[in-house]
Design a protein around this ligand. Structure first.
Ligand SMILES: Cc1ncc(COP(=O)(O)O)c(C=O)c1O
Length: 400
């Protein structure tokens, strides 16, 4: 059967029968996207307030990104790191210059970048800090979300993310997010790193108390501990600055990037940061067949060029202020968290029947994801003020 002749129902049935059940997708079958809009197989258009979990910061099918990918597809897509390619070096340099960092280690998924950062922090602890072999610890925050690998779920506090997947990787301590005293008490002579999302995404777009991230930075300086900022979701203009930590005037030693590093075209991630820390990686100690491939690097370079204009950071700040103001006015909304064009919208308990709200929004033409009583709003940063109003009005209708 040719895919073109299948109906949406057919596609959902195929996914249910032949795909593993790792998600409960909405009953829409998307087939096209442009800017802040997507459409399904039947041609119905939806305003996208989901934004691919922040991967589609530059909108669907951004012409510059598509052009960069098409041009590179016609030349070379894979060299592996066994050979140089003519996109890797420029990508590393341009990304480092954009972010004010010194070195780049490209990879594929966000989870892979986190795993890699864990390896780097541990090796740095043994080689540089002098932690006894095998004793390095990494401190993380409760309610974190850093991905799905066995090591990463080892320090998740979400029961669903761990159930059935043990034995878990040792070497992690969990403290409450935003509690500097708890963090201070958890640091020992064996602490290699503190790994944090500067704004917790999956936890509900939770911004820590003012000054917390600067205090964590000070603690790291006092105790010779690395600060690793997971900016896979909050970075690359989503929160109104190139890196979310920039807003606090705080620098991390390592950052992880992913999602929007390709604008949603393909998996591209990276660990970036201090050269003396990334320098513990030596040949044979790490590697990836696809990491740093020329197609990924060409698309990543186009993303860096978009971010270098500052336009997307400014849009996120300015339109984000409008989005937050509008959401705060809605009846039934008890709290709006977040920064920039990124909002965790807490809805009064009695009005939420979980997914019912998002299903009704989808019926009206707005795609949005719910999680435990809140709506997450993360439209592509190309969204206009009028489109924000349109989406917020739909949310108001559904809540009424
Ligand atoms: C903060 C953060 N880190 C890491 C990841 C994992 O990224 P990936 O799904 O590409 O492995 C995510 C994914 O949502 C995330 O939000």
């Amino acid at each position: 059967m040719h895919a073109d002749v299948l109906t949406s129902q057919d596609h959902m049935a195929l996914a249910e029968r032949w795909g593993a059940h790792d998600s409960v997708p909405f009953p829409v079958v998307l087939s096209h996207g442009e800017g802040a809009w997507v459409s399904d197989l039947e041609g119905r258009r939806y305003l996208d307030f989901h934004g691919g979990y922040s991967a589609v910061n530059f909108g669907h099918q951004h012409p510059d990104l598509i052009a960069a990918a098409k041009a590179q597809l016609d030349r070379l897509t894979l060299s592996t790191r066994a050979f140089h390619n003519d996109q890797y070096g420029p990508f590393c340099r341009e990304l480092a210059e954009l972010t004010g960092t010194e070195m780049v280690l490209p990879s594929n998924s966000g989870g892979e970048a986190i795993d890699t950062a864990v390896k780097i922090a541990r090796k740095w602890a043994y080689q540089v800090k002098g932690v006894p072999d095998g004793a390095a610890e990494i401190i993380v925050a409760g309610a974190n979300f850093h991905g799905r690998t066995t090591t990463i779920v080892s320090f998740s506090t979400h029961p669903n993310h761990r159930a059935g997947f043990g034995p878990f990787t040792p070497g992690f301590r969990v403290v409450p997010f935003g509690d500097i005293d708890a963090m201070r008490s958890a640091v020992t002579a064996n602490t290699a790193a503190i790994l944090l999302e500067p704004i917790q995404g999956e936890a509900g777009i939770v911004v820590p108390p003012k000054g917390y991230l600067a205090e964590v930075r000070d603690l790291c300086n006092e105790t010779d501990t690395l600060l690793v900022a997971d900016e896979v979701q909050c970075g690359l203009a989503r929160a109104g600055t190139t890196l979310a930590l920039d807003h606090e005037g705080v620098r991390a030693d390592l950052y992880t990037l992913g999602k929007s590093l390709s604008g949603g075209l393909m998996p591209v991630s990276a660990v970036i940061g201090r050269a003396d820390v990334l320098g513990v990686i030596t040949p044979g100690g790490h590697g990836s067949t696809f990491g740093g491939n020329p197609l990924a690097c060409a698309v990543g370079r186009a993303v860096v060029r978009l971010l270098a204009t500052g336009e997307f950071q400014a849009r996120s700040r300015e339109l984000g202020a409008h989005l937050h103001a509008r959401l705060n006015e809605l009846d039934g909304v008890t709290e709006v968290r977040g920064r920039g064009l990124w909002a965790g919208v807490q809805i009064a308990e009695e009005q939420v029947a979980g997914r019912r709200v998002t299903e009704r929004l989808a019926e009206r033409g707005l795609l949005c994801k719910e999680a435990k009583g809140h709506l997450r709003v993360a439209p592509p940063l190309v969204v206009t003020r009028e489109e924000i109003d349109l989406g917020v009005n739909m949310i108001a209708d559904v809540l009424a």
